[in-house]
Design a protein around this ligand. Structure first.
Ligand code: SF4
Length: 351
């Protein structure tokens, strides 16, 4: 993205204050790898702050700069200066997938002479510095079919590095093999035992375990769309606007990108209408509406579009169905075991 494009996107957003009435804003720099463009981003962050002040904008002092980075450039002086300058208003998540074996399965350097090697060591060396600056820093781990055997060890490895919050989820794409749900459940049950027996549940979090998942959902009361597609704005390097970055061409396998305007013409609200009327029941098949374990079963709007037979965004992909059901069974095990222990402790205290 050029400076001119980045500046024009900010100018458009700040000069349409009525179209963005939300109390606060998150400026999310998401790549590729955003910290490769630290000079541009630093200049843009300064520009945003000055403009918020100059315009007496309602987001002045109510904004956040957010980064998801592979962590490789985290220690460099320019990145550290950016953090220091914005320390009251910045969040940085470093993506590290777990053990070296698991991380290096997917995150690979390709050298100019065609050699490949995993990036684990280059990321891991920056974790202590990151945690010293963001002690509550969480990481996001993505699980695909080949990653399943490493789940338990990876979560524990991240805990041992000092990361207390591990946000982890399975990919929405249709990559699952016949026995994957069984292997997944087995990994989660092993992990549940270690988290409970080792008392990690008192200090650490793993998003796979959530006592709100696995219940039926009411057709009227629980009818919200899963994500904010259409209610946030994504801007690509050429200045096109999208309802979410999953609708950019480089994020889609088979479908045409869906734009909702650009930095010159602005947002075309007509193109947003189909996104703003999305809810759970209008895009879900009957099996999901009637499902006994529907709560917590997620979907991705972009993947729904990408995998649909037609160009609709109203066809929910259910590729994660058996994985969600396996997660629910593992959660039943986890919460039964944990609540029994907690009850027992309470009774002992009362005696
Ligand atoms: S995808 Fe499967 S588990 Fe999820 S809500 Fe639909 S039927 Fe239930």
């Amino acid at each position: 993205m050029t400076w001119e494009t980045a500046k024009a996107a900010v100018d458009y957003i700040l000069s349409h204050e009525k179209d963005f009435p939300e109390e606060s804003v998150v400026w999310d720099f998401i790549g590729g790898e955003p910290l490769l463009e630290v000079d541009l981003i630093d200049k843009l962050c300064d520009y945003i702050k000055v403009e918020l002040y100059r315009l007496n904008h309602h987001w002045f002092n109510s904004y956040r700069f957010s980064f998801t980075t592979n962590g490789i450039n985290y220690h460099t002086p320019k990145v550290q200066e950016l953090i220091e300058k914005n320390k009251e208003h910045i969040s940085i998540a470093i993506t590290i997938d777990g053990t070296k074996e698991k991380h290096d399965l997917n995150r690979i350097w390709l050298t100019k002479d065609g050699k490949e090697y995993g990036s684990y060591d280059d990321v891991a060396r920056n974790i202590p510095l990151w945690l010293s600056q963001f002690p509550q820093g969480g990481t996001k781990v993505t699980i695909s079919s080949a990653d399943i055997p490493y789940i338990k060890d990876s979560v524990l490895h991240l805990y041992s590095m000092g990361i207390k919050e591990v946000n982890i989820n399975v990919v929405f794409e249709n990559v699952w093999k016949p026995e994957d749900d069984v292997k997944f459940e087995d990994q989660l049950i092993q992990l549940a035992d270690v988290i409970i027996d080792g008392e990690y549940y008192k200090t650490h979090a793993c998003s796979f375990f959530n006592d709100q998942i696995g219940r039926p959902l009411d057709e009227i009361e629980d009818n919200r769309n899963w994500c904010g597609a259409g209610k946030m704005l994504a801007v690509d390097s050429t200045g096109n606007f999208y309802p979410c970055n999953r609708f950019t061409q480089f994020s889609l396998r088979t479908k045409e990108a869906i734009t909702i305007g650009n930095i010159t013409t602005g947002i075309n609200k007509n193109l947003l209408r189909s996104f703003l009327t999305l809810d759970r029941t209008t895009q879900s098949p009957q099996k999901c509406i009637d499902c006994e374990v529907a709560s917590g079963c997620a979907w991705c709007q972009g993947e729904n579009y990408d995998s649909a037979e037609t160009d609709t965004i109203y066809q929910r992909s259910t590729a994660i169905c058996k994985m969600h059901k396996a997660r629910v069974r593992a959660n039943n095990y986890y919460w039964n075991k944990l609540y029994r222990i907690l009850e027992q402790e309470k009774e002992e205290e009362l005696c």
